[in-house]
Design a protein around this ligand. Sequence first.
Ligand code: SF4
Length: 354
Amino acid sequence: MKKDQFFSENLISWYKKNKRNLPWRKNVNDENYPYKVMVSEFMLQQTGVSTVIPYFENFINRWPTIVSLACAREEDILLAWQGLGYYRRARNLLKSAKQICNQYDSKVPTSLEELQSLPGIGVYASGAIRSIAFDKKAVAVDGNVKRVLARYYGFSGRLDQNEKLINEQASKCCPDKSNRQYTQAVMEHGALVCTPKVTKCGVCVLSSKCYSYKNKIVDQIPEPKLKTKKQKLNCISFLSLKGDREVLLKKRPKNAILGNQWELPSTNWSKTKHKFDKNLCPIPSKHWNKLDINFTHKFSHIDLSCSVYFSDADSSKKLSSNDEYKWINLKDISNYPVTTMSLKTLNELNLIQI
Ligand code: SF4
């Protein structure tokens, strides 16, 4: 049997016996399956399966159909996404649901062009949805798939250096039948057997034809990613309390990082440290005191150092009429999508418990 065919057929057989009982594979029918696959693919981008499971279950319980999701408020979606990170995915999922309801009769479309016209769905996700949801012949190459292919075929170097080679090989391996099972099989194999660190070659159904295994170079493929230098930024956050019960929060701009989430009003994020200046403060107060806490919040590409100033609010001053600022009762804070860094600050000061 040819090496490519050996790859796909053995992985499909292995998958049939070993697939995990993941929630997006349970209680599915022709009606709900494409929607469940779409939600899971949005959640699984940049995030591991075990983290996603409780979020997915909660999300599907709350919005069981694409129509229910399309009618949801963005604030509720962000709240349900809280802790999963990469919030742009949540906003794009909501926009995609609305577009599907408006343009595609509330049915997840099947063509590559239609899928890729949806916000947040690119080459990978469109391939995954076409293949997994609709059993079409389509290629979906995620990090797991890249690693399995690179090891099996012996592509030395980093995965990003072999992008073209891996994509070409992925197309050659893609079978004409059982594409739904095949796509999930390669991903599952990368997650359970051909894992980044503890590779289980001893039980692998590909080992007899695997280049890396036969040449004892499994630990050398792929070479590690180049470390990208993170940007180091700074900001000041302002904690204003009214009567010990209400905290002043501000909605972040829609298109900024963490867009539309609520936070302690803060300066912009800059390379240089901000000097405290009353003009930066969100509301007038006689005294702003620097608190003895500093946080560094780690994002994928930014380390943000944040210092915090505190003031009791002058309750006689009214907030501006726009709705970007809001006094929120601390006991109601879990009803709002608040940034993790602001939650951590409030928690550190024993104002809430997270
Ligand atoms: S033999 Fe090892 S390196 Fe090769 S595909 Fe299987 S698990 Fe991966």
